[in-house]
Design a binder for this molecule. Structure first.
Ligand code: ASP
Length: 359
């Protein structure tokens, strides 16, 4: 259906006034738009007092690196999809983040990775959950979208599909990091749960453990997400995560659920979320924010705040979102003490922040 017509029909169904729609008819392609990127590296109890100066600097440098990589793609006229994938691949390779290498462990000592991408121009999407062998789950999510007739693949089948489209396969121990392993052991001990065997292929345990160099559970966060707007006026979103630490029974969070943790449509906005996924799924956070923009004519920041600060808080969901609209509006909103985050737009300097009080 012609997009404008589809919008009118949906608006009529929702009984919302047409004035709101007129404000939200966004360009889909062509013209020279100013590119922009917003990114997150996870939200949670991230506080100055539990962060060393070195850690703080490492996170900021990593966020900058990824923003710069996305900016380079967009500056050359590349697509928002390419910018999102490029930036997320870097963060998946960086053990600082809970995505790809550096992912948190399940209760039985495995890394099970989830990711999704959505293209705002076509509203096509791809997602994967419970992947254990594919180095870049975000590229696999994109391949599901572009090279399969499906939207979501899980587990062993998803890895097999990755191999069939020549995406790099690695042994599961590639994702192992001592820091995440110690995080899991600490949590399971606290819960009085059985401790899994150290994974096959992991390096030998360091003598003396990690206790003295690691603050408590501060770093179990670190899901990554990127939203971008390219010069053609197209937006895209992507999210990649190891999920929640000590997850059980094949648990899947919001990140790979289209409309919950990831969403993009040129007619409204692109969103990537991070936080306790169960709450984000129940509220379909990403799509709800975009629906407020599309049907109520809300400003992007107001829509993000409405969902994160009011609706999510009301059900005790913690976390945050980043968002971008095809008209260049950018937003982030989180209800936790911190969220690793940053943004950059054409002609402006990179801006990275961690704590809630950095305005
Ligand atoms: N939202 C992710 C999940 O629930 C985790 C996170 O963002 O920290 O799987």
């Amino acid at each position: 259906m012609y997009p404008g017509l589809r919008t009118s029909v949906m608006v009529a169904m929702l009984g919302v006034g047409c004035a709101a729609v007129a404000q939200n008819v966004l360009p889909t392609s062509g013209g020279s738009h100013r590119w922009a990127v917003v990114l997150h590296g996870g939200a949670g109890v991230i506080e100055r007092r539990s962060m060393s100066a070195e850690m703080d600097a490492e996170y900021r440098a990593a966020l900058k690196r990824s923003l710069q990589a996305a900016a380079d793609v967009l500056e050359k006229g590349g697509s928002s999809m390419d910018a999102v994938e490029t930036a997320i691949k870097l963060m998946e390779d960086d053990p600082l983040f809970n995505a790809g290498r550096g992912a948190v462990f399940t209760a039985n000592g495995k890394n099970e990775l989830d990711a999704a991408m959505m293209d705002g121009a076509t509203m096509k999407a791809g997602a994967v959950a419970g992947v254990t062998r594919t180095r870049h789950p975000i590229s696999l999510a994109r391949a599901v979208m572009e090279k399969s007739p499906h939207v979501m693949l899980i587990g062993e089948g998803a890895d097999r599909f990755a191999a069939s489209v020549d995406l790099e396969q690695v042994p599961p121990s590639y994702f192992f990091t001592e820091r995440r392993w110690q995080g899991l052991i600490r949590q399971l001990k606290k819960e009085g749960a059985p401790l899994p065997q150290r994974p096959q292929g992991a390096p030998p345990a360091p003598k003396g453990g990690m206790a003295e160099i690691e603050p408590p559970d501060t770093h179990k966060y670190g899901t990554v997400g990127v939203v971008a707007l390219d010069r053609s006026g197209n937006i895209a979103a992507g999210t990649s995560t190891g999920g929640t630490q000590a997850k059980r029974w094949g648990r899947v969070g919001d990140s790979p659920i289209i409309g919950a943790g990831t969403y993009a449509s040129n007619e409204s906005c692109a969103v990537s979320a991070t936080g306790t996924g169960e709450y984000f799924i129940r509220l379909t956070v990403a799509r709800t924010i975009c629906a407020l923009v599309q049907y109520k004519g809300m400003k992007l920041q107001d829509a993000a705040d409405e969902v994160v600060q009011t609706e999510l808080k009301a059900i005790h969901g913690d976390g945050g979102v980043i968002a971008i609209a095809a008209d260049g509006q950018m937003a982030w909103s989180f209800n936790t003490p911190g969220m690793y985050r940053g943004r950059v737009e054409e002609g402006k300097a990179i801006d990275v922040r961690i704590y809630a009080d950095e305005r």
